[in-house]
Design a protein around this ligand. Structure first.
Ligand SMILES: Nc1ncnc2c1ncn2[C@@H]1O[C@H](COP(=O)(O)OP(=O)(O)OP(=O)(O)O)[C@@H](O)[C@H]1O
Ligand SMILES: [Mg+2]
Length: 307
């Protein structure tokens, strides 16, 4: 079942800026990673989902509610963590929390207290004097305190220190187990890798691709540089039916990429040879996406194609 549905959503800010025909959905209980370079349109899409901005054309629905027409219900029911946390003047963190609680009709303090403790935030200071990380923690607490089933998280860990990023990732893992539906924009690949079931890529306002995270991970190759004891070992390996990318018989060395599906074959071939050394170089999700970010390449499962 689709909880979030975005259909041909378009907002044209002029000069090629904005979002154009953006279409995707987030299934119930799923975490969809929303990735793309600066200015790609992630925050704009999320603001439309919250009903803060009216589209030029297309639709956005959450839980069957049109995000523009039912803006107030969306505000009450969806946990939103904005990319830029704007806090009002003259309030303490505690007062801001109370204000948001009234707005969202949230009862009880238990969950708020748990969140404050988990993220180690003292809410008694003036919000304007809080550090960037403290403001971000306050936004995390207010997004989650009403325990919403649907969450839009726009770069939730930017500004958090590495320890707090880990705390946040563990927290979201648990929220996923509790069945939450999450749209998460991020520039932090480890966060995306740890949390997302699928990944949607947006660039220059257009959605380029949506892929299953598991397919991306399995499509990544592990590369090995192997040095054999003798040229006989080298020959045996080279003629084992695998296809090394580079080989040098006199140096008794070869370089080979090993996709998941040939791992068994690779290990069997290695077991028949004497090996002097073996170095592994895994292509990380980060390296994979950096190609796409930098080189204007089109993204596809199992590889990167020229656009
Ligand atoms: N209110 C606005 N008026 C005019 N242009 C805007 C407005 N809001 C966003 N834009 C433009 O739309 C584009 C998309 O911006 P958006 O904030 O959605 O990017 P983003 O993907 O969230 O980037 P980042 O990773 O930097 O947060 C940018 O070129 C931005 O300048
Ligand atoms: Mg943004």
């Amino acid at each position: 079942m689709n909880v979030i549905e975005v259909n041909k959503l378009t907002k044209d800010y002029g000069h090629g800026r904005g979002i154009f025909d953006v279409t995707f959905e987030v299934h119930k209980g799923e975490t969809l990673g929303f990735l793309g370079p600066n200015g790609a349109g992630k925050s704009t899409t999320m603001r439309h989902l919250m009903g803060f901005s009216k589209p030029l054309s297309g639709t956005a629905n959450i839980g069957g509610l049109d995000c523009t027409a039912k803006h107030h219900e969306i505000l009450r029911n969806v946990g939103y963590l904005p990319g830029e946390v704007a806090l009002p003047d003259g309030l303490t963190g505690r007062e801001f929390i109370s204000m948001m609680k009234n707005m969202r009709n949230t009862k009880g303090d238990d969950r708020t207290d748990e969140l404050l403790k988990l993220f180690e935030l003292d809410p008694n200071g003036d919000v304007k004097r809080m550090s960037i990380g403290e403001k971000r923690k306050l936004a995390v607490v207010t997004a989650f305190m009403s325990d919403p089933d649907i969450l839009l998280l726009d770069e939730p860990t930017s500004g958090l220190d590495p320890v707090m990023q880990e705390v946040f990732i563990d927290f979201i893992r648990n929220e996923k187990k509790r069945g939450k539906t999450i749209l998460l924009s991020s520039h932090i690949f480890s966060e995306v890798e740890a949390l997302c079931d699928r990944i949607a890529i947006i660039k220059e306002g257009r959605l380029i691709s949506t892929v299953a995270a598991a397919d991306v991970k399995h499509g990544l190759k592990n590369e090995f540089t192997i040095e054999f004891e003798t040229t006989d070992d080298y020959d045996r390996f080279i003629h084992s039916g695998l296809s090394p990318e580079k080989g040098n018989k006199s140096a008794k060395k070869c370089v080979i990429s090993v996709p998941d599906k040939v791992t068994n074959h690779f290990l069997a071939a290695l077991s028949k040879c004497s090996i002097r050394s073996i170095d592994e170089h895994s292509v990380s999700l980060e390296e994979f996406f950096m190609h796409f970010y930098k080189n204007n390449k089109k993204f596809g499962v199992g590889g990167i194609q020229n656009a």
